[in-house]
Design a protein. Structure first.
Length: 463
């Protein structure tokens, strides 16, 4: 038994002991807390779909007792510098926008529907939506092997995922995609190759590189459809497609080479469903499994994307901690290497980013309406990390960088606030500027200890 196996065995024993404890104390980590966690997740989904409701719920009062400064007390206003956004639509290449707008024609050319499938498409989309959200506890892991389900996924959910991922990938740091010629990549739970297709669209600098992608999924049909879609996208861009190695298998199965880039999208929320093990145990297990595929060299990268709901965000935050312990440090969205202040714990905030889909393809929005699934915004949680053996904690003591991770919040005195992540913890940024989810800003480090928001415990920064 190697060292990693010994750690897992010890950790599992510890987890089982914890599960025998009081449900009151362990509600976040064992099956006694699962109903409450699911309720929280559903509540989070509703908040994401209704910005006004979310803003109203988040409005808080400021401490007027216990020795804490009041909101109306002495104020320190800081000058903020904008550093960019991870959701800037102008970063998406123009040719990618054109292909996304007409992606229906690509799908129909590679995976046409017969008359019966076309008639039932809206119904199957709605059924699959329930399967992926409020009924996911009853979902079978092999659901993508069912022809009707795969058709609904390919003609609808794949398209929406490309809208989300091209927005994100186009705005991730250039350094994160500094892959060498002939680099090896792995996409775990690839389905119809959503991540490789989105990356081909989003990053023109990678299109001419001879990348080899191991695409792993338990559905060989989904992998086949995805490869055909990627070939069609590459042809429209007048480029040669990357080399695709289809791997019919599950997470943990072997591949022949170690990867320089490992990706997964909407995978770990699925494989963790039904597990009665605590999330910190699962996070360590999944992280160790992912890194077993990695080359482990400096510059090796991991990109994890999950739905922007509390349960998924909690798991990603814990996986982020596990990655840091293995010297894989977050490049995005985190502006720091320290503890995550938006880790999805019960009663706290969870790290997620949302954007309006007003500019989404018209044909895609029509499908949403016909399936009775109208969309106003898209939401996701993610972490992008890179192996850096010599990485150390941040040394800049003069400036404070933070990332906006909420909708606008109405505050007393007709003010507006936003929750944000920073190296000094959770922030409540009070400003008259119009900020958006995903934006990063920098201010001088406050000269005095910031006031504390009584409701959230966040440090108040005015800019």
């Amino acid at each position: 038994m190697d060292k990693n196996d010994e750690e897992l065995k010890w950790y599992e024993i510890k987890a089982k002991k914890r599960m025998r404890g009081s449900p009151k104390n362990n509600a976040d980590e064992n099956k006694h807390g699962s109903k409450s966690e699911k309720g929280k997740e559903k509540s989070g989904e509703r908040e994401f779909e209704d910005g006004k409701k979310n803003a109203k719920k988040s409005t808080g009062k400021f401490s007027e007792s216990s020795g804490k400064k009041r909101y109306s007390g002495k104020k320190e206003t800081l000058v903020a510098k904008e550093l960019g956004s991870i959701l800037d639509p102008s970063s998406i290449p123009d040719d990618a926008k054109k292909i996304l707008a007409d992606f229906k024609s690509i799908i129909e050319a590679t995976h046409p529907l017969n008359s019966k499938q076309r008639a039932l498409l809206s119904q199957k989309i709605l059924e699959l939506s329930h399967t992926l959200t409020d009924e996911r506890g009853q979902r079978r892991l092999g659901y993508m092997n069912q022809p009707a389900t795969l058709a609904a996924y390919t003609h609808y959910f794949l398209w929406w995922n490309l809208v989300r991922l091209t927005r994100l990938f186009s705005n991730l740091p250039d350094d994160f995609f500094s892959l060498s010629e002939n680099a090896v990549c792995l996409d775990s739970g690839s389905g119809p190759l959503t991540v490789p297709i989105a990356l081909f669209l989003s990053r023109p600098e990678l299109r001419d590189k001879k990348l080899k992608w191991y695409c792993m999924d338990i559905s060989s049909q989904a992998l086949s459809i995805g490869e055909n879609l990627l070939l069609s996208v590459a042809a429209k861009l007048e480029k040669e497609s990357w080399q695709i190695v289809r791997v019919k298998g599950d997470f943990g199965d072997d591949i022949k080479e170690k990867a320089d880039l490992i990706t997964s999208a909407n995978v770990f929320n699925e494989i963790s469903d039904g597990s009665d093990m605590p999330p910190d145990y699962l996070a360590k297990k999944y992280t160790d499994g992912l890194l077993s595929y990695s080359s482990g060299k400096d510059g090796a990268k991991v990109l994890l994307i999950e739905p922007g709901v509390p349960k998924s965000s909690r798991l990603l935050s814990l996986m982020r901690d596990s990655l840091i312990r293995k010297k894989y440090f977050p490049l995005s969205p985190c502006p720091h290497f320290g503890d995550c202040p938006m880790d999805g714990k019960r009663g706290g905030k969870w790290c997620n980013f949302a954007f309006s889909v007003d500019d989404a393809p018209t044909a895609l929005k029509k499908i949403s309406d016909s399936a009775k699934l109208p969309k106003t915004r898209a939401v996701l949680s993610f972490v992008a990390a890179e192996k850096k053996s010599g990485a150390e904690a941040e040394s800049d003591e003069k400036n404070l960088v933070f990332r906006i991770a909420s909708d606008p919040i109405r505050l007393p005195g007709h003010r507006t606030g936003f929750y944000a992540c920073s190296k000094i913890g959770l922030l409540l940024v009070v400003t008259e500027s119009k900020l958006h989810s995903g934006e990063s800003l920098c201010v001088p480090m406050p000269k005095s200890e910031p006031e504390i928001d009584e409701k959230s415990g966040a440090k108040i920064i005015r800019c």
